[in-house]
Design a protein around this ligand. Sequence first.
Ligand code: ADP
Length: 223
Amino acid sequence: MVKVNTKLVSWEEIVEWSRGLAKIIKSSGYKPDVIIAVARGGYVPARLLCDFLMVENLLSIQSQHWTEAAKVAEKAVIKFQYSIDLNGAKALLVDDIVDTGESLMLAKEFIVRNWRPKELKIATLQWISPVAKIKPDYYFIEVKDWVWFQYPWTRLEDTCQFIRRMLTEEGKSKREWYLGEIIDKFREWYGIDVGMEYYKEAIELLIEEGLIVRSGDKYLVRV
Ligand code: ADP
């Protein structure tokens, strides 16, 4: 029984989706002078769009979700608020996915107010339509049921987070784990397989963190 709806996205799919997105933008007639990647998720799609749309100018803005300590509410903030002049430029703001849409809305607001481009449009690979507060001007895939997309550029971070969550829960009733058992449980919880290198690296990081300790060929969960 899968506990978290997750879909593994390959590098090949990212290239294919970016190519498809570029075609949609091109056929709309919009020709951006500059692409702005939303850090960090928008970096790879933005770079690929530069290639497929033959755009030379690539900038970035970091809009991030912060969880305030002891609060359930999260708010998005612009991390490095530098100033540039985009006066006269047609800009394209690029991100991987619109989930809640909050970080993108904030980035758009900041850019329009402070960088003042002539025009600003939003392009994302994916758009989770039932939960998103905004609809991007261009998107390649409309997602109708919420899923966590395990993108190739967050594979280690996600694997770490996924194993941490799983072992914190499962470790309450089972403290000792073989590597194979961790991997089987991971597949059961998330329904995906990230590959041996990622499991091993994530486990090393969780050992450094102190969540688990190595004991011979087993791992002990410290809960
Ligand atoms: P946005 O403001 O673009 O809707 P959020 O603020 O909800 O996005 O999330 C910020 C970033 O978190 C996204 O750009 C993406 O990198 C990551 N993210 C959010 N939701 C998902 C998801 N369902 N699958 C994979 N990554 C996600």
